[in-house]
Ligand binder design. Structure first.
Ligand SMILES: [Zn+2]
Ligand SMILES: [Zn+2]
Length: 132
């Protein structure tokens, strides 16, 4: 009984939506990815929009970290700068756009090569801010 109460409290505290900052791999410009959570620790990306990094910092989008498993929604609109239809994440913890074909891309944040191999409830963590 006590354990159930604890679980409930934890579930109430999860973010229902979060914005994660990303950069366009081709044009090095920033954009935001909106992640929505229907269940705790299950995140679905369903929107992207152009945002300046200075505004993102002011909104706190670079501070909160979301954890769990990540997936792209069927309606995911792609990168607003170059139209790339997928997302890659780097070991530096940042996200970038990915065209879903090349297997190695250069991270537009840290300049290192990232190996990306597709999507479907991949585990990990992303940095972002809550979208209240
Ligand atoms: Zn792009
Ligand atoms: Zn990186």
């Amino acid at each position: 009984m006590k354990k159930e109460t604890t679980t409930l409290t934890t579930e109430k505290e999860y973010y229902t939506a979060a914005i994660v900052m990303a950069r366009c791999t081709n044009r090095k410009l920033s954009f935001g990815i909106r992640w929505e959570s229907s269940k705790p620790k299950r995140w679905v990306a369903n929107w992207t929009f152009v945002i300046k990094e200075s505004s993102a910092t002011r909104e706190g989008y670079d501070k909160v970290k979301i954890k769990g498993r990540f997936k792209l929604d069927e309606a995911y609109p792609g990168c607003p700068h170059c139209g790339a239809t997928s997302i890659g994440t780097c070991r530096c913890g940042k996200s970038c756009c990915w065209n879903g074909q090349n297997e190695e891309i250069i991270c537009p944040w840290c300049g290192k090569e990232i190996y990306v191999s597709g999507w479907g409830w991949g585990g990990g963590s992303l940095f972002g801010g809550s979208d209240r």
